[in-house]
Ligand binder design. Sequence first.
Ligand SMILES: *[C@@H]1O[C@H](CO)[C@@H](O)[C@H](O)[C@H]1NC(C)=O
Ligand SMILES: *[C@@H]1O[C@H](CO)[C@@H](O)[C@H](O)[C@H]1NC(C)=O
Ligand SMILES: *[C@@H]1O[C@H](CO)[C@@H](O)[C@H](O)[C@H]1NC(C)=O
Length: 230
Amino acid sequence: MDFQIQFLLLPLLFQVFLISSSTTTDILSQGSSLSVKRATTDVLVSRNGIFSAGFILVRENAFSFAVWFRIASDPTIIWMANRDQPVNGRDSKLSLTKTGNLVLLDAGRVALWSTGTSNMSAVKLQLEDTGNLVLRTSELGRSFTLWESFKSPMDILLHQQKLTMDANLVSSKSQTNYSSGYYILFWDDDNVLRLLFQGPDRQTSSVYWPSPWRRPFENGRSTYNNSKIL
Ligand SMILES: *[C@@H]1O[C@H](CO)[C@@H](O)[C@H](O)[C@H]1NC(C)=O
Ligand SMILES: *[C@@H]1O[C@H](CO)[C@@H](O)[C@H](O)[C@H]1NC(C)=O
Ligand SMILES: *[C@@H]1O[C@H](CO)[C@@H](O)[C@H](O)[C@H]1NC(C)=O
């Protein structure tokens, strides 16, 4: 009896597995969107299964579009499109338009964030194995990067990600609040990497590392290399 049941169930389980695995994808194609209403299923998963991208609940009825590290008991947020302006839990979505712009729309169809890109040829968004969310186009067999999340980090740098002079790392408010906090890591004009505290009113701001009382070379830092890559 048991034997027969197992035989009946096996093909069924196999089908369920196939169906659920076929819904995970690492790509969002042109003219498609991810919806906040289907936040649990409208998720991109990198091919290696390590990273996900989708909407996460940040407080009651408020969501942010994020990339997170999946294989941890407590998912770690790597990047957010709208850390300071969450979207409504109804009808908000992330759309890759037919013209190649990646837009985050709030329920009232207000564009809260976008990559501002456009390209007439085929554009696709891919969550890569490195955790980088990349908007790419290919033309005449060559592929071009139009935008990538690695160029606008939040408070974390991943392996293979660089902090250049166009970007900062900004701490979060707290462990449960991902809004921009008060501590900023940035490249200064004199080619020195510094940490800045910027108070809530934005009027108090002071560099606290390396020691502002000493000149860079006294801190063991050089100002001669202007490549500015961390
Ligand atoms: C996070 O902090 C910001 C700024 O202080 C505040 O407006 C927001 O309500 C906080 N979010 C949560 C989830 O507490
Ligand atoms: C698409 O983007 C690539 C890379 O930026 C550019 O070389 C190409 O001219 C663009 N094509 C159109 C039609 O905008
Ligand atoms: C300048 O910094 C870059 C990146 O950190 C490094 O690759 C390069 O070797 C440095 N150049 C010199 C002359 O030290």
